[in-house]
Design a protein around this ligand. Sequence first.
Ligand code: SF4
Ligand code: SF4
Length: 147
Amino acid sequence: MGVTDWWHEKSLEELSTPQWEALCDGCAKCCLHKLEDEDSGEIAYTKVRCRYLQEESCQCTDYPNRSILVSNCIDLRPEDLGTLHWLPSTCAYRLRAQGLPLPEWHPLVSGSRDSVHAAGISIRGRAISDEYVHPDGYEEHIVHWLE
Ligand code: SF4
Ligand code: SF4
């Protein structure tokens, strides 16, 4: 670990706002619609994505207004991490909350924003916009390629 590996040296609570933002790997899995089993609470991911996501870049097209545009769009904060069990196992916030290191494909480790796509971790090329799927039909699009 080098001296500049602040993402491993600092706790989530110690991160500055720019560091907190930089910790996101850009996978965009959290912009996929999820279904929750009412009885078990189990979460199933679908390949239906938010319409405000630009899929090639995996970037939100209106990040400053995301919480206004999409009521259940989560503005992740350190205090939320204990309850956000729906985050994928690869999510950098979840990994660091568990005290685990970032993987080699994480942009902070690789030095490239493309490595998350090259490693097949992001949703690029695998999703469908919610503009084209009726909410009652999300179940047909449940996927198992992410956790
Ligand atoms: S799942 Fe986690 S790392 Fe991936 S885009 Fe969402 S917040 Fe960022
Ligand atoms: S509004 Fe932006 S950040 Fe929120 S779910 Fe949609 S694409 Fe993702």
